[in-house]
Design a protein around this ligand. Structure first.
Ligand code: FE2
Ligand code: FE2
Length: 237
């Protein structure tokens, strides 16, 4: 197994904020940074959301609720597909950040839980732990610590102990490569010129996602309430 490494110190730390700078920004905001994309407007006010069909499918959520994350996730899945990775990894890439439309903080855990009733254990493992592995380089598999994280967390940020402990566990797990491959595809998945379509992944979704016949949110699964929160984020209670 590859060895854990702390985030590498950037050569150009001055180009990025410090963790203290990031912390000082908290009181300048009206929303917390962990709030899901559906629950606040980046600028202006939030729009009306189109209603979902009576028995909504994953594709419906992609098209009508995952507007903020879908392109990034499609790009990530597209890269996994083009590199010949397994269908489970392609699906994990396709789903890996969609929970950020519900909640951003600890989105790996939220996302894995959201999808657990409908995907294989390996796919949910990949979704859960990609969040942690993003903080740690693995040059053997082509993953470098991203400048994006220096901007988001500060150039001198050190992940919290639960993240470090989880990294140690995942590094020694037989499925380490699954979340690692999600991070490898993540890194290259921010090109706005690439617009892969969800239809490219219909077959993979059909083979690896157990779509409930009553619709996501209305099937009585342990995570149905999470889907309903995505379906109806304007409900006050
Ligand atoms: Fe992520
Ligand atoms: Fe991502």
């Amino acid at each position: 197994m590859a060895q854990t490494a702390a985030p590498a110190a950037p050569a150009t730390a001055a180009a990025f904020p410090s963790a203290a700078d990031i912390e000082a920004q908290v009181v300048t905001r009206k929303t917390r940074r962990g709030a899901g994309n559906l629950f606040f407007a980046q600028t202006g006010t939030v729009p009306h959301l189109a209603p979902l069909p009576e028995r909504p499918t994953l594709v419906d959520y992609f098209k009508l609720r995952f507007m903020a994350t879908s392109n990034h996730c499609l790009q990530s899945a597209n890269r996994a597909l083009s590199k010949g990775m397994s269908e489970e990894i392609v699906l994990a890439c396709l789903l890996h950040d969609t929970a950020q439309d519900l909640i951003k903080v600890d989105h790996g855990w939220w996302g894995a839980q959201l999808y657990e009733p409908y995907v294989s254990a390996k796919v949910s493992f990949a979704i859960r732990y990609h969040q942690v592995l993003r903080f740690y380089e693995d040059q053997e598999h082509g993953y470098e610590y991203p400048d994006l994280y220096r901007r988001l967390f500060g150039h001198d940020y050190r992940p919290e102990p639960y993240i470090e402990r989880t990294d140690q566990m995942v590094r020694n797990h037989k499925w380490y490569l699954a979340p690692r491959l999600v991070t490898v595809n993540d890194l290259y998945a921010f090109d706005p010129r690439v617009q892969p379509q969800l239809e490219h992944f219909t077959d993979i979704i059909g083979r690896h996602f157990k779509q409930p016949k009553d619709g996501l949110g209305f099937d009585g699964s342990p995570t149905a309430h999470m889907w309903r929160s995505l379906a109806m984020p304007d409900h006050p209670l």
